[in-house]
Design a protein. Structure first.
Length: 434
C-alpha cells in the first residue's frame, strides 16, 4: 500500500458511518447472538478449535453476519476472500476458486470464501462452488437475509451448517449505545453527550433489532445537534426527527410477527379485505419479507379457498412469481390485489380437512392394502383374475370399481361443500353412482 492509498484509507475510516467505525474487531467486542457465541456455545467452540466447516449465517440485516465472518477469518490460519453476490460474476468467482486451489496445492493453505447475500447467486454460480466445498479446497461462509431453504441450491445447502442469527434484543441495543457514547477512538467518547432515558427507549424501540440502523440514527441525532455549554443534549424529539425511517412496531423475534400474520390470515378467512389490507400494510412497513407474505397467500389459496375457487391457486402462484420480477415498491400492489381477491373469494377447507383426516388414519394403520387391480402389473405378485377397468372406455369416463385400500373401506375424507365451484364437484361426485 503506497502513501496515497494509506491516506485514502485513513480518510475513509474518518468519514465512515458510525456503524462501520464501531464494527467489532474480535469476539470480545461482538454484541448479540449469545445463543451461539456465549461461553461454551456452539460457534465459540468451533472457532476456538479451528475446525470450522462451511456455514451459512441466516438472519435479518444489521445483526453482524458479515462482521462475524471477518472475525472468524482472523482467528484461523486460512486465507480469506470476501465476495458480494450482488456485484460478483461467474468469471470472478472461478478466478477466486482457482487461486484457492493453487494455495491448497502449493502452500497447503485452505481458503475461507465469504459470500454476502449468497441467495443472489444464480444456479450456475452456486453449482460452481459445490466441488470446491465438497473437496475441502474452500471453507464457504455465506450470509443471507432470505430463507435459505427456498433461495439456496439444495446440494450446496446439504454441505453447509445453517446458523440462525436473531435480531438484537433490548440489552444488546443498549450495549451498542453505551459503546458508541463511550468509545474515544471510534465513537463519541470525546464529546459530552446527555442521552435522555426516553430518547434511548425511542431509539431502541424503533430500531427493530437492527444494530446498524440504531447506530446510524444515533449518529445523525448527535451530529445534527448543537453543543450548548459544552454539552450535547439528545431528547426523545431529537431521536424521532433523526430516525432514517419511522419503523412500525414489528419484532420478528417475538410475538409481533406471528400476531400480525395470524390477524392477516384470519381477516382474509373472515372475508374482510379492509382489515387484511391494514395487516398487509403493517407487514410491508415493518420490513417483512415479501416472499414470506406471498408464500402465505399460496397456502391460504389452497387451505381456505380450495376448490370453491380453483383459480385462486393459479393467481397466488402468479403473485409469487410477479413480486420476484417486479420487486418493491410496486410489489405491494400485486400483494394487495391477491389479498383482496382471496378475502373476497368463496371459501372451502374441505381439501385441508380431508388430507388431515387421511394422514391421521394412515399414521394409525400398520399397512395400507392397495387393491391388486390398481397395483403395478409389472410385478408378478400383483397378477389377479379381476381386470382393471379403464374409465375412459366407459360412458362419461366413469365406471364403478374399488380403489380404496381394503382396510380403509367405508372411510370418507373429502366432503365437498355446496359453495362456489366446489358445488359443481359435489354435484358430479354425488351423481356418479345414481
Amino acid at each position: 500500500m503506497n502513501l496515497f492509498d494509506l491516506n485514502m484509507e485513513k480518510n475513509l475510516n474518518k468519514m465512515a458511518p458510525l456503524a462501520d467505525r464501531l464494527r467489532p474487531r474480535n469476539l470480545n467486542e461482538f454484541v448479540g447472538q449469545k445463543h451461539i457465541l456465549g461461553e461454551g456455545k456452539y460457534l465459540s467452540r468451533l472457532i476456538k478449535s479451528d475446525i470450522l466447516g462451511s456455514i451459512l449465517f441466516y438472519g435479518p440485516p444489521g445483526i453482524g453476519k458479515t462482521t462475524l465472518a471477518s472475525i472468524i477469518a482472523k482467528t484461523t490460519n486460512k486465507n480469506f476472500v470476501k465476495l458480494s453476490a450482488v456485484t460478483s460474476n461467474l468469471k470472478e468467482l472461478r478466478e477466486v476458486l482457482s487461486k484457492a486451489e493453487d494455495s491448497m496445492k502449493y502452500d497447503s493453505i485452505s481458503t475461507i470464501v465469504f459470500i454476502d447475500e449468497i441467495h443472489r447467486f444464480n444456479k450456475s454460480q452456486q453449482d460452481a462452488l459445490l466441488p470446491y466445498v465438497e473437496r475441502g479446497v474452500i471453507t464457504l461462509i455465506g450470509a443471507t437475509t432470505e430463507n435459505p431453504y427456498f433461495e439456496v441450491n439444495r446440494a450446496l445447502l446439504s454441505r453447509m451448517q445453517i446458523i440462525n442469527l436473531y435480531p438484537l434484543n433490548e440489552e444488546d441495543l443498549n450495549d451498542l449505545i453505551n459503546i458508541a457514547l463511550k468509545d474515544n477512538e471510534r465513537g463519541f467518547g470525546r464529546k459530552n453527550i446527555n442521552l435522555s432515558s426516553n430518547a434511548r427507549k425511542t431509539l431502541i424501540n424503533n430500531s427493530n433489532g437492527d444494530g446498524r440502523y440504531l447506530l446510524n440514527s444515533l449518529e445523525i441525532a448527535i451530529l445534527s445537534s448543537d453543543e450548548i455549554d459544552g454539552k450535547i443534549n439528545i431528547d426523545e424529539n431529537t431521536i424521532s426527527d433523526s430516525l432514517l425511517i419511522k419503523n412500525v412496531k414489528y419484532d420478528r423475534e417475538n410475538n409481533e410477527h406471528y400476531d400480525t400474520i395470524s390477524a392477516f390470515i384470519k381477516s382474509m378467512r373472515g372475508s374482510d379485505p379492509d382489515a387484511a389490507l391494514v395487516y398487509l400494510a403493517k407487514m410491508i412497513e415493518g420490513g417483512e419479507d415479501i416472499k414470506f407474505i406471498a408464500r402465505r397467500l399460496i397456502i391460504f389459496a389452497s387451505e381456505d379457498v380450495g376448490n370453491a375457487d380453483p383459480l385462486a391457486m393459479v393467481m397466488a402462484s402468479a403473485c409469487f412469481n410477479n413480486i420476484n420480477v417486479v420487486g418493491m415498491p410496486e410489489a405491494r400492489i400485486i400483494l394487495a390485489q391477491m389479498t383482496t381477491y382471496l378475502a373476497g373469494a368463496k371459501k372451502s377447507n374441505a381439501s385441508y380437512l380431508g388430507i388431515n383426516s387421511a394422514l391421521e388414519d394412515v399414521k394409525k394403520s400398520t399397512n395400507i392394502n392397495i387393491p391388486k387391480i390398481i397395483r403395478d402389473k409389472r410385478n408378478p405378485h400383483n397378477i389377479t383374475d379381476e381386470e382393471y377397468k379403464y374409465p375412459h372406455n366407459y360412458e362419461n369416463s366413469y365406471v364403478k370399481q374399488n380403489y380404496m385400500p381394503e382396510n380403509f373401506k367405508g372411510r370418507k375424507y373429502y366432503e365437498p361443500k355446496n359453495i362456489g365451484y366446489e358445488s359443481e364437484i359435489k354435484k358430479y361426485l354425488d351423481g356418479l353412482d345414481k
